[in-house]
Ligand binder design. Sequence first.
Ligand SMILES: [Cu+2]
Length: 148
Amino acid sequence: MKAIKNSLSAIMFLIFLVLPNLVSAAEYKVNAEVRAFKPAIIYIQPGDIVHFTNMTSHNAVSYLKPEGSDGFGQKGKLPGGSFSISLSAEGIYGYACEPHIGFGMVGVIVVGDITAEDIEVAKTKAKETLQGPFKRIIGKINKIKATK
Ligand SMILES: [Cu+2]
């Protein structure tokens, strides 16, 4: 009984440690519609959570990511019904649904504050690195706005 009480105390203590982080993380939803992500562009803060829903026949793989970030998604894999990500590195993430890239099913997640120069840098990088239909991500980057 004492052991249980001690572990409960330990768990409660951990919850209090973690709680402030949980509370401050905002949550966003990106739904995969027929051939598009809705909303296709979102602005979030580091540590916020993005839920991708209705992903049964879709995936979301980052093809453009900030320096030092691993990005998200696994090339060639469908994640299943839904999945969630949390991004800590600030910057511009451009992603695509691989099965529907031909239809322009792409999106952008902006993490933290970005300047007009950050957008230009991302655009240049996108033009240099994206191949074929994945260049459609550039069209979405053209629509994002500087936040500082
Ligand atoms: Cu798709």
